[in-house]
Design a protein around this ligand. Structure first.
Ligand SMILES: Nc1ncnc2c1ncn2[C@@H]1O[C@H](COP(=O)(O)OP(=O)(O)OP(=O)(O)O)[C@@H](O)[C@H]1O
Length: 784
């Protein structure tokens, strides 16, 4: 269903002035003329791009033939634009709908200076740009696209969307238009221009381009974009970024950029576009990688296509919070009360004790070879022995302080040798210190080359893995010991029980990462990787006839090898637990940060504790704060209903302003008996009404049941647990039993707020008995 644009003041963009009406013949021919003009330009762009790819191919062949062409850095520098053009052209043919998507027509600037991309730099118009009779001439026209393209005379055919010259395309508003008179969004596919949508920034003047009055076509690009139906993946918003979003995307990368905004304000979209922008601004700096932390694998999958569509993927790792530790991937959730314990600061003490305590369990931590209770060796032809009590004392001394347990093994080994040396009595034989030292050293060699000593050490001070310690914590009695005076017996029971289950949960990943830090990894000699001079060229492999590794594969490999990043972007930051903040913080100790979130959507029950952890992870770096205020996802009818829950969840919090209205009010249905038939019927109804996707959101413990209710309805409909709905959106949603969702956890009302704000067009709320629906089916929690 097409959404109707609401001509309100909510959007920080121009409302369009339409100089034609639908079906009007003059209007149609104006549209066709404008489309033909843009087609001409697009054709020129493709001719130029093809020239550039030929250049790129030649260079590549040449580079491969010669084996090397200067230092990798210099090569990358010199040819980066050529390579990128080639890569983009390759993809353009297959993937990109809108390579060239924008245009701005501008007045004469205050001065005649041009920037490196060939565009005039002045933001404000010259005094004489507008004549007294409110007419003006267009002095400069810029086309905006996914990459910059210069013609043979170095004049800009297309400006990269991230270049400073493109900023007016996003920033200009009727209130503050700068030099922009008309902003145009161009829609194309397969090299064919399909349509144009214009917004007038200075509707009060009559502007001329080449002696002809400037045409204005269509109803505005934003509304067209918002009305489109949703698929299983997110689209980029590059052609309709709004001014307040653009401020965030282009904010300087220093320190911490902190962005808050309600549901649907574009936080995730902005975060992804910011990653692409930062890479464009300073590719060398971000060669250290950008990490985007996402709350769920579903959201990672949903947003996966955005960066490639912006021409970026190699240096950006998008990871779910449950996949941040290499080699493990967790998707299962703990119950809210268990998650609360596992994510809290209190676990730090428990983990430190567990890491030390697990040593006593011998190699494997749990059940394997038991920890030996005595050490017997022969040295200098004497039998020497250390008893359990002595060993215990040595262990305690070795463990003093806070150093990582695995790194203390050399210290423990030294203490053992000291004790054996003492027992041998050999120390008293020589008073000459040099001779004594020599004797000691041959004693040590004697002992340490003996198998029993080596075997003893391996069993008595094994190298512990985080996984082994976590497994050891699954024993309730043992965990009780390690958590004494920190967790209650009930909490110990819950944590131990959850660790006994198969597979790891999302919250276990932060425990593993913390244990990794507490245990430490002994340094092992690493094999040096040979440096291939061509290795640093992005996109190279796509042009080489025999590539060995795709860009994505290489990105994955680099991500695995990488421990820290140059920039960290945290999406849905309100949900990170203290331990998760510590885990993410370790990956960005020297990074700059972008943190986006909405406290009103937090599913974490102790926001103050999480805020403290966030502040610790981000350190004392100064914060630059932004607030996004416009909801681009929900029509006002849905946003109004959700705002009722917001008022309960966070009294006084302000909801973002919905930018459009569909005239379709949310629907209420009551399930008599079981939910299954009603939910299925409502989902079927939604499927008939919308072209895109339908999401059915239920309390977490009903997920599997809900999947069964929807069996056979096809892949346009999905069942989701309330926590999985985070960040996602659907054309239509069915929210099942608000009361169940709200009662799931202390943060349940905020989780319900998330569930109610997922739909772009239609929302149905299904109530059960527990929801206490009124005669209209409106559940208690959603009544005015
Ligand atoms: N400027 C824009 N032009 C077109 N679409 C936009 C724009 N800004 C946001 N959107 C669309 O609005 C929807 C919501 O955006 P996004 O998911 O980034 O919001 P969010 O703030 O992260 O929401 P939530 O907090 O609920 O997860 C997306 O479909 C996005 O593409």
């Amino acid at each position: 269903m097409a959404a109707q644009a609401q001509k309100g003041n909510a959007v920080d963009t121009a409302r369009s002035t339409t100089s034609e009406s639908d079906g009007d013949a003059a209007g149609d021919s104006a549209r066709e003329r404008e489309i033909a003009l843009e087609q001409e330009h697009l054709d020129r762009v493709y001719v130029r791009l093809e020239e550039k790819i030929s250049e790129a191919e030649f260079l590549m062949r040449d580079a491969a033939r010669k084996g090397h062409v200067g230092t990798p850095g210099a090569l990358a520098e010199r040819d980066a634009q050529v390579f990128r053009a080639g890569v983009h052209l390759n993809r353009l043919n297959n993937e990109y709908e809108d390579f060239l998507f924008g245009r701005i027509d501008m007045l004469l600037g205050k001065d005649g200076k041009k920037g490196p991309d060939g565009a005039y730099t002045s933001v404000e118009p010259a005094d004489e740009a507008i004549r007294e009779d409110d007419t003006a001439d267009i002095a400069e026209t810029l086309h905006i696209g996914r990459i910059g393209v210069l013609d043979e005379d170095y004049a800009p055919l297309v400006i990269d969307w991230r270049a400073p010259a493109a900023a007016p395309f996003y920033r200009a508003t009727p209130v503050d238009p700068g030099r922009v008179v008309r902003r145009r969004v161009i829609r194309s596919r397969n090299r064919k221009v399909l349509g144009v949508e214009d917004d007038l920034m200075r509707p009060q003047i009559t502007a001329y381009l080449d002696g002809r009055e400037l045409a204005v076509i269509g109803d505005g690009a934003l509304m067209a974009a918002l009305g489109r139906s949703r698929g299983h993946t997110m689209r980029d918003i590059v052609s309709s970024i709004q001014a307040e979003q653009d401020q965030v995307i282009r904010a300087p990368a220093a320190s911490v950029t902190y962005v808050e905004g309600g549901p649907g304000t574009g936080k995730t979209a902005v975060a992804l576009h910011r990653a692409a922008y930062l890479l464009y601004q300073d590719r060398r700096r971000y060669a250290g990688g950008i990490l985007i932390v996402s709350p769920t694998p579903l959201l990672v999958a949903y947003t996966e296509g955005v960066l490639p569509s912006l021409g970026e993927e190699g240096q950006v790792a998008v990871r779910a919070i449950g996949s941040l530790v290499d080699g493990v991937e967790a998707t299962a959730h703990d119950s809210p009360s268990t998650a609360r314990v596992k994510g809290s600061y209190r676990m730090l003490k428990v983990l430190r004790k567990a890491a030390r305590g697990a040593l006593e369990l011998g190699p494997g931590g749990n059940g394997g070879t038991p920890c030996p209770e005595r050490l017997r060796v022969v040295a200098f032809n004497r039998r020497l022995e250390l008893e359990a009590g002595e060993l215990e004392q040595i262990r305690r001394t070795a463990l003093g302080g806070t150093a990582p347990v695995n790194l203390l093994r050399p210290r423990a080994r030294k203490l053992l040798l000291d004790a054996l040396w003492q027992k041998s009595g050999a120390g008293s034989r020589h008073s000459d210190p040099e001779l004594a030292a020599e004797l000691r050293s041959s004693f040590d060699e004697d002992v340490t080359t003996e198998d029993p000593f080596v075997e003893f050490l391996d069993a008595w001070w094994p190298e512990l893995t985080p996984r082994a310690v976590l497994t050891a914590m699954a024993d309730e009695r043992r965990l009780g010991r390690w958590a004494r005076r920190v967790l209650t017996p009930g909490e110990v029971r819950k944590v131990a029980r959850s660790l006994r289950r198969d597979g790891l949960t999302v919250h276990d990943i932060a425990l593993l990462d913390e244990l990794e830090a507490v245990l430490g990894t002994p340094v092992r000699p690493r094999r040096k990787r040979e440096l291939d001079p061509l290795d640093q060229l992005t996109g190279l492999e796509e042009l080489m006839p025999q590539r060995e590794e795709t860009q994505r594969e290489r990105a994955e490999r680099l991500a695995k090898e990488r421990v820290e990043y140059a920039h960290v972007i945290v999406d849905e930051a309100q949900d990170l637990t203290p331990l998760q903040w510590r885990m993410v913080g370790r990956r960005g100790r020297h990074a700059t940060w972008t943190v986006v979130g909405d406290p009103a959507q937090s599913s974490w029950s102790d926001p103050d504790e999480a805020a403290q952890a966030r502040d610790e992870a981000l350190g004392t770096r100064p914060r630059r704060r932004f607030t996004l205020t416009v909801n681009y996802r929900n029509p006002s009818e849905i946003a109004e209903l959700a705002a009722r829950v917001l008022a309960l969840a966070m009294p006084g919090a302000e909801a973002p302003t919905a930018v459009r209205s569909t005239g379709v009010r949310p629907r209420f249905a009551v399930a008599d008996g079981g939910f299954g038939p009603t939910v299925r019927a409502e989902a079927e109804r939604q499927l008939a009404l919308v072209d895109g996707t339908v999401g059915v959101v239920v309390a977490m413990n009903r997920r599997e049941e809900a999947a069964r209710w929807l069996q056979g309805l096809g892949d346009r409909v999905v069942a989701l647990g309330s926590l999985e709905a985070k960040g996602l959106e659907y054309d239509a949603t069915v929210v099942v039993s608000p009361a169940e969702i709200a009662d799931e956890s202390p943060a349940g009302l905020r989780v319900l707020y998330v569930a109610l704000t997922r739909a772009t067009q239609q929302l149905t709320v299904v109530s059960g008995e527990r929801d206490d629906p009124d005669a209209d089916g409106v559940p208690d929690l959603l009544r005015d």
